[in-house]
Design a protein around this ligand. Sequence first.
Ligand SMILES: C[S@@+](CC[C@H](N)C(=O)[O-])C[C@H]1O[C@@H](n2cnc3c(N)ncnc32)[C@H](O)[C@@H]1O
Length: 267
Amino acid sequence: MTEERPVPPGVDPNRPSAARIYDYAIGGKDNYAVDRQAAETVFAIAPEMRSMARQNREFLGRVVRFLAEEAGVRQFLDLGSGLPTQRNVHEVAREVDPACRVVYVDHDPIVARYGDALLATGDGVAFVQADLRAPDDYLGHPDLTRLIDFSEPVAVLMVAVLHFVPDEDRPADVVARLRDLMAPGSHLAISHVTSEFRPEEIGNIVAVSGKAGAPWVARDRAGIMRFFDGFDVVEPGLVTAPEWHPHLARPVDPGKMWVYAGLGRRG
Ligand SMILES: C[S@@+](CC[C@H](N)C(=O)[O-])C[C@H]1O[C@@H](n2cnc3c(N)ncnc32)[C@H](O)[C@@H]1O
């Protein structure tokens, strides 16, 4: 039997959370029975979701490495950062340049607890608990304004998060608001579950996730591409996660993959 983590204040261990389900899928320990059950329900419909979560995380590492090494970006705003795990953004970026600055944002109280303790390691790295749908709550936060200068190139990361934001919450408007702040040479990285390849299974997963209390929305290719309005999409374009800069990746089976990934650049 799995020994449960203590429950930090403000955290409801009886309601599944996207952050903890994802943590379980990528092999972490910061999750409760309700999250494991929700994840296993999804894996029963589509066992490949587990490896997709890992491949998504690997895309995150590759895109951060690319941004630091090849695009010369030194400041990162990671929206929907998730629980601290292996290869966190500041660790990857700082392998290229220890001066890289990172602000992590997530709305989940468990991420806030562990994020503050484990991600905000001091100089140049901060965690802000906020909802990405309310940009005023984080853009004006003193920890963000201390570390992120929008007059210089910045990378905004929205990796495996926009599929938790339904259209009625106007995610494209949030992205556009950030885009309009971003200096030339800034980048937007997105990964997103898509309904494009296996609509029936995805429909079932969306339905069970909604019922379990951790709803999400899968978008088609056009629905994901519209987040890149006003950006030039960097080669190889919007592709499945393991196909994005695979020369930087461990070899993976690109089949059975329903996560699109892409990187846009502000000209
Ligand atoms: C699947 S995890 C992805 C974590 C990380 N970006 C990665 O790809 O490895 C999604 C994260 O987004 C967070 N999230 C979902 N909706 C959010 C919102 N509206 N505002 C801020 N964070 C959100 C969840 O709490 C969760 O930690």
